[in-house]
Design a protein. Structure first.
Length: 148
């Protein structure tokens, strides 16, 4: 049953990316993109797994790690944050603005339960890396994670 859920999630993610690409191509004629970078769907991320851990890497260029909240409950990762608008000097005139600013939120199901008390998160060069040891027993609770 777990394999079916994992397959379904992968297929849904692929379909979402395909639809986003389709809308990006359609809206490019109008000088903007509908879904790149930080959007209502949230930042791009990768989830990988080893025998001992689940690792999530999230692209957050230009985001202050203090503006990111991470919480994990059993098999669900919740990310919330904000990419703040940069101050612009007076007299500067933009010809094009494509970067996204504002709040983002992302909730994803993890491939297995994790040890929420042992999660570590680091932020380097615009990439947030969350390392979560796999849970050894079946009792779980939620916890907020501090980014270092």
């Amino acid at each position: 049953m777990t394999e079916l859920i994992i397959w379904k999630n992968k297929e849904m993610d692929k379909m979402r990316r395909d639809v986003e690409r389709l809308f990006d191509r359609m809206w490019m004629e109008f000088g903007s993109t509908l879904s790149s970078g930080l959007t209502t769907l949230g930042p791009s991320l990768d989830i990988s797994e080893t025998e001992e851990t689940v690792v999530v890497r999230v692209e957050l260029p230009g985001v202050d790690p203090n503006d990111v909240q991470i919480s994990v409950t059993d098999r669900t990762l919740h990310l919330r944050g904000e990419k703040k608008v940069e101050r612009v000097r007076s007299g500067v005139h933009f010809h094009r603005v494509e970067r996204r600013f504002g709040s983002f939120s992302r909730t994803v199901e993890l491939p297995c339960p994790v040890e929420v008390e042992e999660i570590e998160a680091t932020y380097e060069k615009g990439v947030l890396m969350i390392v979560m040891p796999k849970r050894r027993d079946r009792n779980g609770s939620g916890v907020k994670v501090k980014v270092t």
